[in-house]
Write a protein that binds this ligand. Structure first.
Ligand code: ADP
Ligand code: MG
Length: 870
């Protein structure tokens, strides 16, 4: 049966505007949910589902308002939107049904209750729009007011977008229809969908005007985006959405920070994941990542900034050197560093406190936290004696400090509505009210004794009842002494009751004191926060400076702790790392056991072919080189004895035949599409690591494709490259290509065992040691003996084939060009013992002109060939 009471009518009307949200409908001390919302909430939050009343079947679930935040956090965490509907007039004075309105809508990317957010992680809402040449991004964290925009251009846009999304790690993404379709598929297939709520947004009609008005600027050129239409469109979409969710309340967002993607090193999704820069998957702990090694920050603001710095290595040599300089300052100033870090520990999350201030969710505790933080910041300022690292507006900060100090008690309560926040002596009226409320009884007694004295009536009594409030009672015997100004109120058998004006004024005050105190304190608190809002720029700036100070002193601390050195940064193409270590692995194995290694690459030699058995340390070596390059571009010190690093524009990785079965793509296909991306995007200034390319297919396939790719990179791209393989056959490339060199990981072998020395030395490995490694892994002896036999047979066969080709080496590695490969005729007899399909495959392979083949074609061709063989 329909419930058409006025209240449910009001509910239905409001709900109609918030179809896609769970509506929290305020009733007294509860938020109630009805209908489907009630069912969802009871399912997701484990609430009891009841009915609104016996007459109707309207489902109902409710939660007490004071614990709403945790329920909201849970629902939003699961991707729901929650609309908070409050009573917007005082129920006591309301006529008819209390007016209600939605005051705020909360989505995963716009949570404002920071209590339920990870303090070390920004809570971003990201907007994405694309045209056929570029993709614009705009993202905002409304808890801090940070609002950034950027643009992706050139190369494989889609692939780059995923890398950017991984860097930003938003909780919510809004985009248009096309973007929605693309992202729902891609996020799923890259297992990034969990924890990101994706939806379609509405593009604002005149974005430029909207933004200019919001920020109060003449032109968006002041943010450097004046001519960037797509960025403007995206930023407008995001901002308008957030503003609307806040129902017109002010936001801490004061500017758009535009950064061109050219200012920072692009790290695509695979590279970010392969190098374990930050945790790979959302919600996963940071253990075993570069962040885990580097983050000993003392404040959450520092940790958040460090994360950004790690994900966005700089490309500008001056900026890198500036950071180095700041870190170096703290390397040298040992005592000061410790003192400063100690102080930083006592600084609260100023950025988020300012966010709360603007969003009006701030309470007394936040203000005392702000006060303490300002005091400690001022002490930092003194310690640093005006160093450029920490230039803050001390005068203004002192003003804020003094205001809070003067007004807010030392240990305020959580609520701002129940009084107890404002100090005594700040407001006269408040002092008087408190006096009344605390000493009401005493005061009444005082009136009693005063009146007794004035009238001379000893038996005069001040009494109280609900009907008359306070009154004076005088027995019949004493009536003749009652003064004229006593107002008679009631006559009893033995006594009469009177009131006097003083008593009545006082009574009003006592009775109302409590509520009046609450209202007045709330008012004074608001007055103070309004005043502090005027200082928001100074405070936001302080937040950033603290974060930066924390990051650089932290990086100095970590550098000393871990024995890092300052890399020399150059703008040529040198790469020289002596005594390099893997920053993460060295922490995961017993201290001192990591074997240091060197890397030297330059214009003359820029391609390393690294051979060595499985598990010998190839991947570690390559990743450590990439990580050292990244750290150097962050401005950080690096795990090495010496490092000279030329600027690198991008780092590419293709590592292992990782198990990507879940993404639905075949491993080999995935491997090849990543290689295709590298070949299309890398430049001479890039650094590439290729780990076991071609492993995902048969040996010959693998070796052929690995060879062709290496030659292509060497001849056409000329990027600095390390190519690791356990196919020792590939060492022949080292001799063939000018700028390539063979290195191998030393292995000590006796007749029973092999031992990994982990040392990189010049020269290629002459065998793959697969069986030896298998032995180390504990494979049964029988299998090992058998494998040795099989290997012997295979090697003999190979020798026969090689002889038939007339050379010492296998054809693939003869120092010949592709033409020669084509010309070479395979003797007829050889084809006898291969099948028709194999023959066809070989012919197709021979006829392929790899020079004109795009990577994508290569993949398709390879797939065809494989199909043929199967
Ligand atoms: P590969 O890629 O050659 O198969 P990895 O690089 O994965 O080998 O290394 C295997 C393991 O060997 C690592 O997880 C690490 O524990 C250890 N290791 C690698 N390099 C070193 C080193 N330089 N010093 C000490 N241990 C190392
Ligand atoms: Mg490996």
């Amino acid at each position: 049966m329909l419930d058409d009471t006025p209240m449910m009518k009001q509910y239905n009307e409001i709900k109609a505007d918030y179809e896609d949200s769970i509506l929290f409908y305020r009733m007294g001390d509860f938020y109630e949910m009805f209908y489907e919302d009630a069912k969802t909430a009871s399912r997701e939050l484990g609430l009891t589902l009841t009915k609104r009343n016996k007459k109707t079947d309207v489902p109902l679930a409710g939660i007490p308002y004071h614990s709403a935040a945790s329920y909201i956090a849970k629902l939003v965490g699961k991707g729901y939107k929650v609309a908070i509907c409050e009573q917007v007039e005082d129920p006591k004075t309301a006529k008819g049904i209390v007016k209600r309105d939605v005051i705020r809508v909360i989505t995963p990317g716009t949570i404002i209750d920071t209590e339920y957010l990870d303090e070390k992680v920004n809570n971003y809402l990201l907007g994405v729009l694309a045209d056929d040449k570029k993709i614009a991004l705009a993202y905002v964290d409304i808890t801090t007011g940070e609002f950034r925009a950027s643009e992706i251009t050139g190369g494989n846009l889609d692939y780059k977008l995923l890398g950017e999304i991984n860097k930003i790690s938003p909780k919510e993404i809004m985009t248009d229809d096309k973007g929605y379709e693309f992202l729902s598929k891609e996020l799923e297939s890259h297992r990034m969908k969990d924890g990101i709520s994706l939806h379609r947004g509405t593009v604002v009609r005149n974005s430029e005007k909207y933004l200019a008005e919001y920020f109060g600027v003449q032109s968006l050129e002041s943010f450097g985006i004046g001519d960037k239409e797509l960025v403007i469109k995206t930023a407008g979409m995001v901002l308008k959405y957030v503003v609307e969710l806040q129902k017109g309340k002010e936001l801490p967002v004061t500017k758009i920070v535009y950064s061109s993607s050219k200012e920072v090193m692009e790290l695509n999704l695979t590279t970010q994941k392969n190098l374990d820069i930050i945790s790979n998957w959302r919600g996963e702990s940071t253990n075993g990542t570069l962040l885990w090694v580097l983050d000993y920050c003392k404040s959450s603001m520092g940790s958040r900034l460090l994360k950004k710095i790690i994900k966005n290595p700089l490309l500008n040599i001056e900026k890198i050197k500036k950071r180095q300089e700041h870190i170096e300052f703290f390397i040298n100033e040992v005592l000061l560093r410790e003192e400063i870090r100690e102080k930083l520990k006592d600084i609260y999350d100023i950025e988020r406190i300012i966010g709360k201030l603007i969003l009006e969710t701030i309470n007394g505790r936040d203000l005392t936290a702000l006060k303490q933080s300002i005091r400690n910041s001022l002490e930092l300022y003194k310690m640093l004696q005006g160093h450029e690292l920490f230039k803050i507006d001390a005068e203004k900060l002192i003003e804020v400090y003094n205001m809070i100090e003067k007004i807010i008690v030392e240990d305020p309560p959580f609520s701002i509505r129940e009084g107890g926040i404002i100090k005594d002596g700040y407001n006269e009226e408040l002092d008087e009210l408190r006096n009344i409320s605390n000493h009401g009884k005493d005061y009444i007694l005082k009136i009693e004794s005063d009146e007794r004295e004035k009238t001379g009536i000893k038996g005069l009594k001040v009494k109280y009842n609900k009907v008359f409030g306070y009154f004076i009672e005088i027995t019949k015997a004493n009536l003749e002494n009652v003064p004229d100004y006593y107002i008679r109120k009631q006559t009893l058998t033995n006594a009469e009751r009177f009131i006097v004006p003083e008593l009545k004024t006082y009574e009003e005050k006592v009775l109302n004191a409590k509520t009046r105190i609450e209202t007045l304190e709330y008012y004074l608190f608001k007055e103070l926060t309004e005043e502090i809002k005027k200082y928001r720029e100074t405070l936001q700036d302080l937040g950033y400076k603290i974060a930066y100070l924390d990051v650089v002193s932290n990086l100095a601390h970590v550098a000393i702790k871990n024995g890092y050195v300052k890399p020399e940064i150059t703008d040529d193409s040198s790469l020289e790392i002596l005594g390099g270590r893997h920053p993460i692995i060295e922490k995961l194995i017993p201290a001192g056991e990591f074997v240091k290694n060197k890397v030297i690459l330059d214009d003359r030699k820029n391609f390393i072919i690294l051979t060595g058995p499985n598990m010998s340390g190839k991947s570690t070596y390559m990743k450590q080189t990439a990580l050292i390059i990244i750290m150097a571009h962050m401005g950080s010190y690096v795990p090495a004895d010496y490092a000279k690093i030329g600027l690198v524009d991008r780092i590419f990785t293709r590592i292992g035949a990782s198990d990507d079965l879940m993404t639905g793509q075949s491993t080999f296909m995935l491997e090849m599409s990543e290689v295709a991306n590298i070949l299309n995007s890398a430049t001479e200034k890039s650094f590439i690591i290729l780990d076991e390319i071609g492993r995902g297919t048969s040996t010959f396939d693998g070796i052929s494709i690995a060879t062709a790719i290496s030659e292509y990179i060497h001849d056409n791209i000329r990027a600095k490259t390390i190519f690791a393989t356990h196919y020792h056959e590939l060492t022949q490339l080292g001799d063939k290509l000018d700028r390539a060199e063979n290195y191998r990981i030393e292995v000590e072998e006796n007749d029973k065992d092999i031992k990994f020395l982990r040392e990189i030395v010049k020269g290629g490995a002459d065998k793959s040691y697969g069986i030896e490694v298998a032995r180390l892994a504990g494979l049964p002896k029988e299998i090992l003996v058998n494998s040795k036999k099989i290997l012997k047979v295979l090697e003999e066969r190979k020798n026969i084939i090689e002889k038939k080709f007339g050379g010492e080496q296998m054809m693939l590695f003869a120092p010949s060009t592709q033409e020669e490969v084509k010309k070479e005729e395979i003797p007829k007899e050889e084809e006898k013992n291969i099948s028709k399909e194999e023959e066809l495959t070989l012919r197709l392979l021979r006829e392929l002109d790899i020079n004109t083949l795009t990577p994508m074609d290569a993949m398709i061709k390879l797939n065809e060939l494989k199909k043929l063989l199967n």
